[in-house]
Ligand binder design. Sequence first.
Ligand code: SF4
Length: 329
Amino acid sequence: MKRVGFTTTIPVEVILSADKIPVDLNNVFITSESPYKKIDFAEEYGFPKNSCNWIKGIFTAVMEKNVDEVVAVIEGDCSNTHALIEIFRGEGVKVHTFSYPYGDLDKYSFIKREIEQLALSLGGDLRKTQEIARSLMPLRKKLILLDKLTVDGYVSGFENHLWLVSSTDFNSDVQKFERDLDSFLSKAAGRKPIKNRICLGIIGVPTIFTDLYQFLDSKSVSVVFNEVQRQFSMPFMGDDYYQNFLDYTYPYDIFHRLRDIKKEIEERKIDGIIHYVQSFCYRQIQDVVIKKELNIPVITIEGNDPESLDARTKIRLESFIEMLEGRKK
Ligand code: SF4
């Protein structure tokens, strides 16, 4: 079966309807034995040092022939993807494109057309796509349960991050993913819940730091919300397949995301937010709006390489936690 890589979350059911294997290229990069080697390879190829390392990782994941073809999201994700497609095409890689609507278009008609075109381009089938979406509903509900168990203290913030971020492609094997999730959930439900005094949310693209969650654990704070990872798991998936991709917030403007973030802050009783930003990412600029709009403390931390937290970031996080504890007292 052909393996189809993608640069960010797309309607994965379309790939499955074409009897092809979905592969999230971000996950190939970050879970590889040495993500650093992938960055080095891209830089030796000619990628500038001052460009995003996720893009370099995605590039190398494709060049190492982890996939047979690529779906690139050209609106609603990353401005670098346009240049990446040009390089892929120059290298003879088969590229399909997909866009989320931008601006005041008739968004519903737009996304419907994009999904139809993607199915055509990949050799998929729309009726089968919708059947697969329905059959995946129980699995998506289990991911919602996992998220709830995180708020209740049975699942750690890191485990939450890992499961939700892996749900973009179900680790390329839906059945195995569901079996593993079932066994994880039954183990987690039998644990003694951990209730820390401080509850944090992490917003922004998934972190490239290798030990952020472990560091927060060591400070006895709970991460009860992983914004973007939760979006990747499509927790709002309903009967109208096209509408789901309009309810999904990640590819849209910051105000759409903020509505979701504010609601979750309220419901999960979050004390503070860590806004993670990636070096050289345009999304860093949105930090201005986020800080203006959220009425709880926000700390912004920036990562570049796939390595552990630097001393300065650790000190800043410690001070942030102390300040939150002070407020709580
Ligand atoms: S972190 Fe930002 S720049 Fe990097 S791939 Fe993601 S959206 Fe693009």
